[in-house]
Design a protein around this ligand. Sequence first.
Ligand code: FES
Ligand code: FES
Length: 162
Amino acid sequence: MRVTFTANGRPVEADDVWEGESLLHVLRERVGLPGSKNACEQGECGSCTVYLDGVPVCACLVAAGQAQDREVRTVEGLGTEDGGLGPVQQAFVDAGAVQCGFCTPGLLVQTDALLARDPQPSDADIREALSGNLCRCTGYEKIMDAVRLASARVCAGGAVAE
Ligand code: FES
Ligand code: FES
């Protein structure tokens, strides 16, 4: 089947999508958006998190057909218009929160969503918001630092994508 949707503001279409093929697979293998990672394919790790109509979802659990005529925003869509890093992305780099990077795309989307609804989250709010995103490398402290840094920058005048 053919599936058409909007990805990061641009119309995309994928042909020969099989029944049950995940949105994650379509993004990575058919429409040239490999930023979202496939770490577990079971909805356990959060590395595949994307926005679907503004709501963060695990793209490995969403059938591609469910995205028909809807808006998807991936980690690639969190950057600036001129191709630079967005404030959340830059904060993760500056805080040293990226090691192997497998968890990073999902954490960036979830952090972007968190700061869009609450620009000044408490540490408890951050832990709650990111509780579905697993990281095997960092021990999470650098990630907490990154979200705090992104929060400070957003409150100082930056903007998040959603
Ligand atoms: S790859 Fe989707 S939750 Fe792990
Ligand atoms: S940086 Fe490697 S899993 Fe998080």
